[in-house]
Design a protein. Structure first.
Length: 189
């Protein structure tokens, strides 16, 4: 997972068939922070035809990813911007792309390439750094059996030699195990 290193918004402008695409990337930490950023971009672009966006927050099972086409044909603006973020595994970041229409229609494929290309261009211009996920874990263990029954018994047991030098079964007084030993230096392991 990567996060944006820059302290402020990063802006990249591209022109495709007379249409201007102005992509802005910024690091965010909450949806409310994105809403403020988006409102600021919309207010600063009064003649813009479309202000399309995407953002990602969190990681793993807590990942939140949202996008908007803002009036462009469905799936031609927001999803390509979101795909740029997800393909580079960038989290806690938002990208808006402002489009000023230049008079030439781009078609669905052209829009996908333009918005996706603008998002990739702004990500190329930003500094990304690896994020190290950290978590605080508390582990509590409780024993339901006495400590003596879990650990090997190290008590000496009486020697169990028979006169024919065969191993005899010896029972330990502290655990249910029986062992065959020539000498009584310990009952179990």
């Amino acid at each position: 997972m990567l996060i944006l290193e820059s302290t402020g918004p990063v802006v990249v402008e591209t022109v495709i068939k007379k249409s201007r695409f102005i992509a802005t990337a910024v690091g965010i930490s909450a949806p409310e922070e994105f809403a403020d950023f988006h409102a600021e971009i919309v207010a600063g672009a009064p003649g813009a035809r479309h202000v399309c966006w995407a953002y990602t927050l969190g990681s793993g099972p807590h990942l939140v990813a949202r996008s908007s086409d803002d009036g462009e044909p469905g799936g031609t603006a927001g999803p390509p911007i979101l795909a740029a973020l997800q393909s580079r595994q960038v989290a806690n970041a938002a990208i808006t792309v402002v489009r000023y229409f230049g008079g030439v229609k781009l078609g669905a494929g052209g829009l996908i390439r333009a918005y996706g290309g603008s998002a990739n261009a702004v990500l190329d211009a930003t500094l990304l750094r690896a994020a190290i996920a950290t978590a605080v874990l508390t582990i509590e263990a409780r024993s339901t059996t006495p400590a003596d029954s879990r650990a090997p018994c190290m008590r000496s047991v009486p020697s169990a030699r028979s006169t024919t030098r065969r191993a005899a079964s010896v029972s330990c007084s502290r655990c249910p195990r029986t062992t065959k030993r020539w000498s009584g230096t310990g009952c179990c392991r």
